[in-house]
Design a binder for this molecule. Sequence first.
Ligand code: TXA
Ligand code: MG
Length: 348
Amino acid sequence: MQTEIAATDTPEAQKDAVSKAVSLLRGGEVVGLPTETVYGLAGDAHNAEAVSRIFEVKERPYFDPLIVHIVGEGQLEDVAEVPDEIAPAVAELLGAFWPGPLTLILPKKDVIPDLVTSGKDTVAVRASGDPLFRKVLREFGGPLAAPSANRFGSISPTSARAVVAELDGRIPLVVDGGACNCGLESTIVRVLPGEKKPVLQVLRSGPVTKEDLRKFGKVEFLTGAAPGGAAPEAPGQLESHYAPATPLRLLGAPEDFVSEPGKSYALLSYRGEEKDGYLGLTEFARVGVLSPGSGKLPEAAVRFFFVLRELDAMGVDEIVAEPVPERGLGVAIMERLRRGSAVMKGSE
Ligand code: TXA
Ligand code: MG
């Protein structure tokens, strides 16, 4: 099978791409679609065969449940229950962040096949803000299951080209919506009733930050991203997730770096500034800078997987990463750096 990249740079091309995607989805196929976070691999959420095809294409273990995408709050009751005790908090969160990069974990409706949720009685629900994704959802007319469009354990794709690099020949179509606006996967939250305020448990950090969420409840992190942290709650948040093929090492400070003779290194730098003390640590084969100059976390987030993918393609022995400030979007970036470098820790 050849993977077609459908352009969307004119209104006609866009219409064509959307209807191609929709007809493939109706036929039980899976297709690559842009969202504002990362590209998704979408299939009909009601069709167990299509869902199983998603797992197969991604080589994803069946214990790792998928996210179900809907257009918005109006379709929520088609896929999930909202228990009375959290209904006001859920309504506030949806009002503030949907459509957008927030995924909620809610009790699932029976119409969603168990395969989608890996047998869990909860479902992860998201309403993407991406106009193309929304067009496909509307025209398709039902929920779509869509995890990130990468092979299991690999880096999430933030461009159509990156989807092809991951899944070429395994899927018939990728709709090219350009580079993703956020660049990091959605924030995953479970809402629990609390004493004074609802409790918002963050299962995966993402573009909706702690600072954004705390107006709506007490924020707790269950991401397990900290070194030696507890087992993550989202089953897919395995330690080695987000790993490039090249070993990745996250430094805490420049002093942590010890170069081994004969080894080649690439540097993943936050702002590419000499004064931060990392650029001169060794003769790096390549330096990838997340946000050149003064360093801006939103820019670093958008470019994160793109730059990591570029360094990964260099064929060096190791990618060394500078830490980024751990606030706002920096929390989500650090979570991914820690997981990406966990593979190395495991092999030591
Ligand atoms: O931004 C995103 O969320 C992207 C775009 C394509 O929507 N999707 C994405 O999906 O990142 P995926 O499958 O790569 O990550 C979904 C995460 C996994 O870690 C999975 O374990 C978790 O969500 N998850 C799904 N259903 C869950 C559930 N019922 N309870 C807890 N975690 C769940
Ligand atoms: Mg993923």
